[in-house]
Design a protein around this ligand. Structure first.
Ligand code: PHE
Length: 452
């Protein structure tokens, strides 16, 4: 065993293989899949976006999920310390970029997560029990345009996230994910079936599944790669943190494949649920923006027997899925603070949560009171989302690939294998992808995006 692979005995590790997969998939599966993916696909050409998205997941996503998990497992440390340990000198900067990105994403993530709590209330109270698109749009705009209500919900969600993070890694997250993820999955299948059989859905299915390549622009490609990274929790160290709790007898590549597969499947299901329903409701794809999922889905519930029950259940599970993701974001920040400063875990969690919540306020207000304020043609919320998702995450991924591919090099292949099998045969291909394909591909997309 090399110095890199020796387990540090003082670190907790995952209770079981299924526990790890569920928790890592819990980080990956969240608002990114169910709230963001459908409206990104809707606004960026439907099938063409889907195709690019899948290409990004296969080419960049999978190799980088494996890369981050390997870094975490090698170093048994959180991102900044991990980069310092495996690569030395300047590389902790990559970790610092990662932590900043996690922080920024968390700040707008809790705003949207807050909306899901509001919708639980709406489903119970009957405010959204309607198939009338105009009414549902008005309800959404009423919520996000309100000054205090969405901020209050975001605060609630931040508190819940901090509470889970304080509960420690193995217990809270692992236990909850094991029951709730499968429940969410089953509910999504039921809802997709309902949406697909709505009158008028067929056109939406075609729009989503049949790529029309004339719709591809530089912006579509940037959106697709950003979405892939966001959805897979890549490029900001979340997977490094999870990898640091993995043990050497876990089959890392197989587990990574399971996580990527689950995440992609759930995004697809969400697309099949929201996009046909959008066409059935007579909405033009792209029009609803960040509100799409919230405006469209209540109409699907309203068209089902026991609609409010399904509606409430759905938004509850979505809030929980968001929680398992926000926990991984906050966990990344807290672990850093605990490892690098003298703060206790309690203090670090409290401080990070409060600062993050303060940053969430302008994001929330940018849907109402401050909707006129634009920077570079984007609202505050959209600007943070764009910078974090489309720039910082791919950049983080690119640097991670360079670090593992060139600085760590062939030693990474050794670290990939588990205790009892040799490194897989495709490990050389993986290293090649990290060395050349990822840096050149992402570099090109980033430059395109910035000039375009
Ligand atoms: N992947 C999460 C989602 O799809 C969001 C996330 C991004 C979580 C980055 C952690 C890190 O909702």
């Amino acid at each position: 065993m090399s110095e890199y692979t020796a387990r540090r005995r003082d670190r907790e590790s995952w209770g079981s293989r299924a526990g790890f997969i569920m928790a890592a998939a819990g980080s990956a599966v969240g608002l990114g899949n169910i709230w963001k993916f459908p409206y990104m696909a809707g606004g960026n050409g439907g099938g063409a976006f889907l195709l690019l998205y899948l290409a990004c997941v296969v080419i960049f996503g999978l190799s980088l999920v494996i890369a981050e998990l390997v870094i975490g497992r090698m170093a048994q440390r959180t991102p900044v310390a991990a980069f310092r340990q495996i690569a030395g000198r300047a590389w902790p900067l990559v970790g610092a970029l990662a932590i900043t990105t996690a922080f920024v994403i968390l700040s707008f993530y809790i705003v949207v997560a807050g909306w899901t709590i509001a919708y639980m209330v709406f489903e119970v109270g009957g405010q959204v029990a309607s198939t009338d698109g105009d009414h549902l749009e008005a309800v959404f705009n009423g919520l996000v345009g309100n000054t205090w209500q969405p901020i209050g919900y975001a605060a609630l969600f931040m508190i819940a996230t901090a509470a889970v993070v304080l509960g420690g890694i193995g217990h809270g997250i692992e236990r909850a994910s094991k029951i709730l993820m499968p429940a969410l999955f089953l509910l999504l299948i039921a809802l997709a079936i309902r949406a697909l059989t709505l009158p008028g859905a067929a056109e939406g299915i075609e729009f989503f599944l049949v790529p029309d390549l004339s719709r591809v622009t530089g912006a579509t490609v940037t959106a697709a790669i950003g979405q892939a990274f966001f959805s897979l929790s890549l490029g900001m160290g979340a997977m490094i943190t999870y990898g640091s709790y993995m043990s050497r007898d876990q089959n890392l590549p197989a587990d990574a494949l399971a996580v990527v597969g689950l995440d992609t499947l759930i995004a697809l299901l969400a697309g099949l649920m929201v996009i046909p329903a959008m066409f059935a409701a007579g909405m033009t794809p792209g029009d609803g923006g960040a509100g799409t999922t919230f405006m469209v889905l209540p109409a699907v519930f309203a068209a089902m027997p026991a609609g409010p029950v399904f509606g409430f259940g759905f938004f509850l599970l979505l809030a929980v899925a968001a929680l398992t993701s926000s926990v991984s974001l906050l966990e990344a920040v807290v672990c850093y603070l605990v490892d690098e400063t003298r703060l206790t875990r309690r203090r670090a969690t409290g401080a990070a949560a409060i600062v993050c919540f303060v940053l969430a306020i302008p994001s929330s207000l940018s849907f109402g009171l401050w909707s006129e304020a634009q920077l570079f043609g984007k609202s505050f919320f959209n600007l943070l989302d764009y910078l974090a998702t489309s720039i910082a995450l791919p950049l983080g991924g690119l640097l991670t690939a360079l670090c593992l591919g060139w600085v760590v090099g062939p030693r990474a292949i050794e670290a990939l294998r588990d205790d009892d099998c040799p490194a897989p045969r495709w490990a050389r291909l993986w290293l090649f992808v990290l060395r050349y394909v990822v840096p050149i591909g992402i570099g090109w997309i980033l430059i395109q995006g910035i000039i375009g």
